[in-house]
Design a protein. Structure first.
Length: 310
C-alpha cells in the first residue's frame, strides 16, 4: 500500500485506541463488595474456554502453492468441553413468592430507611463541614490580612532604615567634602599669598606691566630721534668727507707747486695763487660755520694736516 494509506490506517488506529481509553476512563468501575462478600471473576464470553496455567502449543507445518490467493479465514468455534446435562424443575419446587418475598421486602425497606438515614446524616455532616470550612476560610483570610499588614510594616521599616542610612551617608559625604573644600581653600590661600606678588613681580620684570608714556617714548619717539640724529650725522660726515677731499686736492696741488720751482718768467704768479688757495679755506670755513658745534675739533686738526706736507 502507499504511504498515504498507511498513514491513514495508523491515524485511524490511534483514534480508535484513544476512544477506547476515554471510554475506559469514563466508564464507572465495579462498586466495592458488601461486607462479608467478595467479587468473583466470571467468563461472560459467547464461548467458554478452559482456563489453565499453561496454554497448549502445537507445532504444525504446511506447504502452499506459490502465488495462490489466500482463502477467507473460517470463523473460530472452540471445541466443547465437559458434558451436557439437563434438569427438569416443576412449578413451585424452587420458589414460593408469598414466602420468599417477605424477607426481600424487609431487606429492601430496611436498606431504604438505612440509606435515607445515611443521606440525612451525610447532609448534616456536609453542612457542618461547610460551616467549619467557612470559619476556616474566614480565619485564614484574617491571618492572611494580618500577615500582609506585618509584611507591609516590615517593608516600610526596612525602607525607612535604608533611607535613613543613605541620608546619614550623604550627610557624612557632604561633611567630608566641605572639610576638604575648606582645607583646599585654606591651602590655596596660604600657597597663593606669596605666589601672587612673586608672579606680579616676575611679570613686571619681564615687561608685561609698563608705563604707556614710557613705552610710547621708547617705541616711537626714541627710534625717530635716533633716525634723525643718524641722518644728520651722515650729512655731517658727508660734508667732512667732501671737505677732506678738497683739502687733500689743495694740499697735493701746493705740494706739486712747491716741489717744482717756477721759471724766472713766472716769479710773480705764485704771489697771486695763494689767494685762490685762500678761497678754498673760506669755502670750507663757510661750510663749517653751519656745523660749528660738531666740527670744532676737525678745524683744530686742519693746520696740522697742512703743516705736514709743507
Amino acid at each position: 500500500p502507499s504511504t498515504l494509506g498507511v498513514k491513514r490506517q495508523r491515524r485511524a488506529q490511534k483514534q480508535v485506541l484513544a476512544q477506547k481509553l476515554t471510554q475506559e476512563q469514563i466508564r464507572p468501575g465495579t462498586p466495592e463488595p458488601v461486607k462479608g462478600r467478595e467479587h468473583a471473576y466470571v467468563q461472560t464470553e459467547l464461548y467458554l474456554e478452559e482456563i489453565s496455567d499453561r496454554i497448549i502449543e502445537i507445532d504444525g507445518e504446511c506447504q502452499t502453492d506459490e502465488f495462490l490467493d489466500r482463502p477467507p479465514t473460517p470463523l473460530f468455534i472452540p471445541a466443547k468441553t465437559g458434558k451436557d446435562v439437563a434438569t427438569q424443575i416443576e412449578e413451585g419446587e424452587l420458589f414460593d413468592f408469598d414466602i420468599e418475598v417477605k424477607p426481600i421486602l424487609e431487606v429492601l425497606v430496611g436498606k431504604t430507611v438505612e440509606q435515607a438515614l445515611l443521606e440525612v446524616m451525610e447532609e448534616e455532616e456536609l453542612a457542618q463541614l461547610l460551616s467549619h470550612q467557612r470559619a476556616f476560610i474566614e480565619l485564614r483570610n484574617a491571618e492572611f490580612a494580618e500577615l500582609q499588614r506585618l509584611e507591609e510594616q516590615d517593608r516600610r521599616i526596612r525602607e525607612e532604615k535604608e533611607r535613613r542610612r543613605l541620608e546619614h551617608l550623604e550627610k557624612l559625604r557632604k561633611q567630608k567634602e566641605t572639610a576638604e573644600k575648606i582645607a583646599a581653600r585654606a591651602f590655596a590661600q596660604r600657597y597663593l599669598a606669596d605666589l601672587i606678588p612673586s608672579v606680579f613681580n616676575n611679570l613686571h620684570d619681564s615687561g608685561f606691566f609698563y608705563d604707556p608714556v614710557e613705552r610710547d617714548i621708547e617705541t616711537e619717539f626714541l627710534p625717530w630721534l635716533m633716525s634723525e640724529v643718524e641722518e644728520t650725522l651722515q650729512k655731517k660726515v658727508l660734508g667732512r668727507t667732501m671737505l677732506d677731499s678738497l683739502i687733500r686736492m689743495v694740499v697735493e696741488k701746493r705740494l706739486d707747486e712747491f716741489s717744482h720751482p717756477p721759471p724766472s718768467d713766472q716769479k710773480e704768479a705764485p704771489a697771486e695763487e695763494p689767494k685762490a688757495t685762500d678761497a678754498a679755506p673760506q669755502v670750507s670755513g663757510e661750510a663749517d660755520a653751519a656745523d660749528q658745534p660738531v666740527a670744532e675739533e676737525e678745524e683744530t686738526d686742519q693746520p696740522d694736516a697742512e703743516e705736514k706736507p709743507s
